[in-house]
Design a protein around this ligand. Sequence first.
Ligand code: FJE
Ligand code: FE
Length: 291
Amino acid sequence: MSKTEISSVLREPRVVVRKMLCLSQREEPGIFVRRSIGRFEFSYFDPFLVLDDFSITTPAGFPDHPHRGFESVTYMMQGNIKHEDFTGHKGIVREGGLQWMTAGKGIVHSEMAEGQGTIKGLQLWINLSSKHKMAEPSYQELPSKDIAEVEEDGIKVRVIAGEALGAKSTIYTRTPTLFLDFTLKPGAHLQQPIPSMWNSFIYVLEGEGVFGTQESSPTKAFHVLLLGPSGDGVEAWNQSSTPLRFVLVAGEPIGEPVVQYGPFVMNTKEEIDQTIDDFENCTNGFEKAKH
Ligand code: FJE
Ligand code: FE
């Protein structure tokens, strides 16, 4: 592609409307989390509930806990995480791999660091619309080798959900979602389309990048950038001398009321009360939590 064609990919690039540094907080012994979406002053970015950049030093993790009403996506960056749920579904999400869990009406599971040392990953919570909240729970799991990856013009992308640089993910998203892991070499320039009206944000993992307009000041690792609602995509530049890695996440807003009680995410207070009852009494999807 010639330079002029590249610069014509987007008609109206989105601008950065908010930038926040995500500090590392100790959750439990051995567990550190940088929370971007889902922190108290930024509790919901429709349809996204939480993005956690977590680091767990063995032996540690999240012992048995429930979920209802949303999807939880775990993407491993370093080391492996071991999971097991109340139906006996278990396995290991290995480095570079992905678990896309639709909690639906209910899952109780544990997520624990595997092996020795420190593991790192991202966990994204995506809300489900009222018609999917009580769906049967299900999993989509992709080992690293099955995640679509493309490299061109100094840009590498791993397509976790959606489509980029002509590569498509096989993940089915009940809430339409784009989730891309980009690495830009020094000098690289990206233009990535984002469907109109979708909410979108960037979380910088490594290095520093320029986002939105080329005149913006560079953004360093561990910052989250919220992009404005209008525009057909985002532009990013690596004007530094080291690699730039970031994730771009975008999703179609659901536009429904959200009532959250920890790992239960419903539309009304009554549905949350019902969920707490269901969990305590092991009913309505939590039957297998008896054991
Ligand atoms: C939690 C409810 C939860 N971020 N990042 C309440 F479900 C959780 C929880 C997680 C989690 C797990 C992993 Cl592997 C990675 C995460 C929240 O399990 F921490 C609280 N407080
Ligand atoms: Fe969980």
